[in-house]
Design a binder for this molecule. Structure first.
Ligand code: DGL
Length: 230
């Protein structure tokens, strides 16, 4: 296999094959959650280990990596692909939907639910620099977080830490402590790599902020797409 590792299960070969894609280990947490929710489906997980991290690269560079991988997943029979990457979703999901002729399900920071849930009027979004700089993310804030203060702690090194399994707890603690002290009562995990440190973040924020990430809404969306199309 050319890219990263594929996990997975062959259950019922007549069911549509689901592709799951990320730059690295982030999408693996999403793939596991999908596998648990939809055990009868064959799942093909691909990580672009050669180019991770995406979150410090330009959309143009990233697009050059992503397009051939998605085409390859289609060639290998995937009928629906989960883009388990906020960085890709927020920078190019519209373009990719014109280029790839199967359903693409993206993952983006849960700004809207966070803005609805906050009581303090302060939320924090932990995401990559490229996601935070994207037009789509900017529009999420304009459209859904009017009047809400959105904190964006520097998480630019988190993907690397998680990929190399060298998690600097002190560094994460400082970032999360700072947003809690600044009044955030909802913390959004806007990068799938950060799902691997979700429990640590929850521990640090306990009693002060709830932590949101989009695995379950994505699974619900995936079920809807499958029910409509297959
Ligand atoms: N896991 C991805 C995301 O959700 C990309 C992280 C990276 O490669 O920098 O944004």
């Amino acid at each position: 296999m050319k890219y990263g590792e594929g996990i997975v299960a062959t259950a019922n070969p007549v069911m549509p094959k689901i592709g799951v894609f990320d730059s690295g280990a982030g999408g693996l947490s999403v793939a596991r959650a999908i596998k648990a929710a939809l055990p009868d489906y064959e799942l093909l997980y691909v990580a672009d280990k050669d180019h991770v991290p995406y979150g410090t690269k330009t959309p143009l560079e990233i697009h050059g990596y992503v397009l051939p991988i998605l085409k390859d997943l289609v060639d290998r029979g995937c009928k629906v692909i989960v883009i388990a990457c906020n960085t890709v979703t927020t920078t190019m999901i519209g373009t990719l939907r014109q280029e790839i002729k199967v359903s693409l399900i993206g993952m983006e920071p849960m700004v809207k639910p966070a803005a609805i849930l906050t009581k303090s009027g302060v939320i924090a979004v932990c995401a990559t620099p490229t996601t935070l700089a994207s037009k789509r993310y900017g529009l999420l804030k304009v459209n859904y977080a009017k009047g809400v203060k959105v904190l964006e702690p520097d998480c630019s090194d988190w993907t690397r830490m998680i990929e190399t399994n060298q998690i600097d707890r002190q560094h994460i603690q400082e970032r999360i402590e700072a947003v809690c002290q600044a009044g955030a009562d909802v913390i959004v995990l806007g990068c799938t790599h950060f799902h691997w440190v979700e429990n640590l973040i929850k521990q640090i924020a306990r009693g002060r902020a709830r932590v949101l990430q989009p695995e379950q809404p994505v699974i619900e969306q995936l079920k809807r797409v499958i029910a409509q199309q297959f």
